[in-house]
Design a protein around this ligand. Structure first.
Ligand SMILES: [Cu+2]
Length: 158
């Protein structure tokens, strides 16, 4: 009787150990899978991805429209020789550009957009109001904005 109880005891300990080990290993296996799932969500840029990436819960498309309007205003002001107004608009344009940055996942595109806005701002601030030079800078920024819009359309904002 004593021996069988001991065997039973060892058996139950073995079962408990096996369960504990089993749980532990399955948890270890589950954790990286969950992490991969989250990473995929971020790349998919759905709303849960946004929260995870500290993205503002806003639609970036209206920001792009504001940016486009500011760019058009700026060009009109440059053509009219309204330096003060153009400088003000260029400053607004730079801050609008920053507002769209948290939504962008492409660092190369971020850099391009930021430098295009910065280039325009610097040009206007240094008083180099050459219309044709500004036109080419504005066109360059509009081209980057098209790419940005396409990029932003890959994510969902509800
Ligand atoms: Cu976003």
């Amino acid at each position: 009787m004593k021996k069988s109880k001991l065997v039973l005891g060892i058996l139950s300990i073995t079962v408990v150990l096996a369960l504990v080990t089993g749980c532990g290993s399955s948890e270890k296996q589950a954790a990286p899978q969950a992490a991969t799932g989250q990473a995929a969500d971020h790349k998919g840029m759905d709303m849960s991805g946004h929260e995870g990436m500290n993205m503002p819960k806003e639609d970036p498309m209206p920001i792009m429209k504001i940016m486009d309007q500011q760019l058009q205003d700026l060009m009109k002001q440059v053509k009219a020789g309204q330096t003060m107004e153009a400088q003000k608009t260029a400053g607004l344009l730079a801050s609008t550009t920053e507002k769209v940055m948290p939504h962008m996942m492409d660092n190369g595109l971020k850099d391009s957009l930021r430098s295009a806005a910065g280039d325009i701002k610097n040009t206007v601030n240094f008083g180099k109001m050459d219309t044709s030079a500004m036109e080419s800078k504005v066109k360059a920024m509009q081209e980057i904005m098209k790419q940005t819009t396409t990029h932003l359309q890959t994510m969902k904002h509800s």
